[in-house]
Design a protein around this ligand. Structure first.
Ligand SMILES: [Zn+2]
Length: 287
């Protein structure tokens, strides 16, 4: 158990780095606390849950994804659930999605282990099944170590739809801008994962505290897909910001011309805001 003061100071540190602790910091913490990385992840779960914004359920969920990245300790990516008070429940981001999206957005090579404050719901088990190493993914809960395969036997996954790609194992697509788009947005779209709809898309949110980019992550079961706007909002949440407390200046949604399917989701979220936000919708073509 870490003291409340220590948890609070780690929360501030992780918030400042937008939801991650990289190998050198993880190593330093493990050594100073006399813990291995898995024990550290369990000890840090209350910090992950502090990022949650659950105005509907009031149920705080935290998750931490580990990419060992050939290091002795590895990089930690935090995640928490994110709910929208006046919008459809289907817009909610689950903590496991948030942590995996955070790892994905930050260029992690893979997720070897995910620690979660509570057992993952069926939706999240399906979301995690899209990872390229789903057969080897370890799941650590406060009182139990298990695997995704144990939690999700007889699974339905990418191969069942004839898709040989998976999250963390997909080639970036080449995109051609038709109109002006930022490099960060174009890059986020090119590395989005959209093997089912072909709508390689991304969102950039411009706020008074900097910009946040999110990439689309699809799923073989379709429903647990994470929209690019959810992805970007979740990254904002991990910087300690929310759409209620931080003023959004502009949202830019980038989609593939002829494959668009994200505009209604973006409008729904904007409708829940009490202030005007400019929504910029740009299209690109696959090369
Ligand atoms: Zn879930």
């Amino acid at each position: 158990m870490l003291s409340q003061d220590m948890l609070q100071s780690l929360y501030e540190r992780i918030k400042a780095s937008r939801g991650k602790l990289l190998n050198s910091e993880v190593k330093q913490l493990c050594k100073s606390l006399g813990m291995d990385v898995e024990a550290l992840m369990l000890a840090l779960l209350p910090v992950a849950a502090k990022f949650a914004k659950p105005p509907i359920s009031n149920f705080y969920v935290g998750a931490i994804a580990l990419d060992r990245n050939l290091e002795e300790f590895g990089d930690l990516y935090f995640g928490a659930n994110l709910e929208f008070a006046h919008e459809a429940l289907s817009l909610v981001v689950h903590a496991e999605q948030s942590a995996i999206n955070n790892a994905w957005s930050n260029g992690a090579a893979k997720v070897d282990l995910i620690a979660i404050t509570d057992a993952p719901c069926g939706y999240c088990r399906q979301f995690m099944n899209e990872l390229h190493n789903a057969d080897e993914l370890n799941v650590t809960l406060p009182h139990k170590k298990t695997t995704l395969r144990h939690l999700l036997p007889e699974d339905f996954g990418p191969n069942d739809l004839g898709n040989s790609q998976s999250v963390f194992n997909s080639e970036p697509v080449r995109l051609q801008a038709i109109e002006h788009v930022s490099d960060s947005l174009l890059k986020a779209a090119s590395r989005s994962y959209a093997p089912y709809s072909g709508n390689y898309s991304a969102v950039e949110i411009e706020t008074e505290h900097g910009n946040f980019v999110g990439s689309y992550i699809e799923n073989a079961a379709y429903s647990p897909s994470l929209s690019p706007l959810q992805s970007a909002l979740s990254q904002m949440e991990l910087a300690g910001l929310s759409i209620d407390e931080c003023r959004i200046h502009k949202i830019t949604l980038l989609e593939i011309e002829g494959k668009e399917n994200q505009l209604d989701v973006a409008k729904a979220v904007l409708n829940s805001l009490l202030y005007e936000v400019e929504l910029n919708h740009v299209k690109v073509r696959l090369v």
